[in-house]
Structures are given as structure tokens and as C-alpha cells.
Design a protein. Structure first.
Length: 270
């Protein structure tokens, strides 16, 4: 399978490196285009892929076309690529946030079936620990969706998900790395407040959160059971948990997720 990328930014680069390292695709089967010709040429040489100067040539060459562009430019990219896509019929994969498969299809103004798969990845794909939701339109086959799930499993973990749930996924996986970074920084700042240097505090807090995520990922128990394991009667952890809950920690996090979902739904309507 020949895979093409329009857009070769951080996310596209992470995907390319992941699928090559995991053996999902051979470098010579990957074709890249980006408006920054020098950047894409350098990256293509690094991984052994092809850098093309014309997005039309990418479309004519590949079986699967990944649109790794921002939501504010995807319509323009599709309009420019419209004729080549209709003629060559590649599987279209979009990672543009807030852009539905229906919105993508509508750009083509055709009755011709177009296979479209929408993916919502997150930034952790850049370290091979991404989380991605995948859905296809009515023209995309189960095999199409399964192939793209396998592709994104090369840079983390991917799940099939009905498109109506994508705003929720955006909140709990797409945006939540920012919330996690805020949590880690808050832990480190608390340590600084109590006398620990910021660099070592941040390193320690990061490792604690990383290890906690790994522990939960490899456990069959729910988070509250693990909380109880850390919490000795009358101990330090219980004191901290009670203080957090006195200040509505759980409900505040939920409100943040709710606000993210609402915003994503608003953007989708636009």
C-alpha cells in the first residue's frame, strides 16, 4: 500500500516514523508533500521516503491519502485536490480536528462515493504513545477502517468510535494532555513552594505521573481501588485527597471536559 501525506508537520512526521519503525509500511511506499519544500525534503531523506513538489502527484501515486493539515485550511486543500481525488479514488484520511466526514464529502459536490476515514489523534503520537479515535463514512469499508486503526496503533493505541462521540474523545484524549501537563506543573510548583528546586521537582512529578499511568494501564482494577492502596488510614495521601475534594477537584475536572466538548461541538457546526 502506497501512503501519501499532504502536510508534513509534527503529527505527520510522528506517524511516518512510527509506521516505518513498526514495519507497517516501507519507506519507499511513503510520499510526502508540504508547502515547506526544504523541510519535507530533509525529512524524506531522513526516513527514506519520497518528497514530491506537487500534491497532485502524491494523489495520483498513492492508495491512501492522509490529510495532515489544520482545520482552517483543509477545505482549501480539498478544493485544490478535488479533481485528482475524484479521478484516482484514494482512501481519504483526515486528522483535522472538528471536521466531520460529511463536511469533507460535501466539498466535492458529487454523487460519486468517496471513501473517507476520520481520525482524531493526540500529540503523544510524537513519542509513540498516542491515542486515536477512528471512524469511516458510509463509503469506507470495514477493511478501510481496520487498516487505519492498524496504522495508528503504530504510534500508540487506536479505537474504532462512532463519529457522534468524537467531541467527547477530543476532550478526554485530544485536549487532556494539556490538562495533564497543567497537573504535573501544579505538583512541581507545590514542591517549589515548599523548598524543592523546580527542575528536580518537575522531573519527579513527571515520573510519578508516568508511572501512575503505566500502573493503571497494566492493572485490572479501577482507579479508586488503586487510590485506596496508596491511602493509609490517617496518612498523608488521605489528607491530600480530602483537601482536593474539599475544593471540588473531581467536579472541576469534569467541568473542564464539559467545556471542551461544548467548544468542539460549536467548532464542528461552523
Amino acid at each position: 500500500m502506497k501512503i501519501g501525506f499532504i502536510g508534513a508537520g509534527n503529527m505527520a512526521s510522528a506517524i511516518v516514523e512510527g509506521i516505518v519503525q513498526k514495519g507497517f509500511s516501507q519507506p519507499e511506499d511513503i510520499y510526502l508533500y508540504d508547502i515547506s519544500a526544504e523541510k519535507v525534503q530533509a525529512f524524506a531523506e531522513k526516513v527514506g521516503a519520497h518528497a514530491l513538489n506537487d500534491p497532485q502527484e502524491v494523489i495520483k501515486t498513492v492508495d491512501t491519502l492522509i490529510l495532515a493539515v489544520k482545520p482552517n485550511v483543509i477545505k482549501g486543500v480539498l478544493l485544490e485536490a478535488k479533481d485528482a481525488i475524484l479521478q484516482n479514488d484514494p482512501l481519504i484520511v483526515s486528522i483535522a480536528a472538528g471536521t466531520s466526514t460529511e463536511a469533507i464529502y460535501d466539498v466535492f459536490e458529487t454523487d460519486q462515493p468517496i471513501r473517507i476515514v476520520r481520525v482524531m489523534p493526540n500529540m503523544n503520537a510524537m513519542v509513540g504513545e498516542g491515542a486515536a479515535a477512528v471512524c469511516g463514512n458510509t463509503s469506507a469499508t470495514k477493511e478501510d477502517v481496520a487498516t487505519i486503526i492498524d496504522l495508528f496503533n503504530a504510534v500508540g493505541k487506536a479505537w474504532p468510535l462512532e463519529e457522534k462521540y468524537f467531541s467527547i474523545f477530543t476532550a478526554i484524549a485530544g485536549s487532556s494532555p494539556a490538562y495533564t501537563f497543567l497537573f504535573i506543573d501544579s505538583i512541581a510548583r507545590a514542591a517549589v513552594k515548599n523548598g524543592l528546586p523546580k527542575d528536580i521537582a518537575l522531573e519527579m512529578a513527571t515520573q510519578a505521573v508516568l508511572g501512575s499511568a503505566e500502573t493503571l494501564a497494566h492493572s485490572k482494577e479501577n482507579p479508586w481501588t488503586l487510590i485506596d492502596r496508596v491511602s493509609s488510614p490517617g496518612g498523608t495521601t488521605v489528607a491530600g485527597i480530602v483537601e482536593l475534594e474539599d475544593n471540588a477537584f473531581i467536579s472541576t475536572v469534569i467541568k473542564g471536559i464539559d467545556a471542551t466538548i461544548r467548544k468542539d461541538e460549536e467548532l464542528g457546526k461552523k
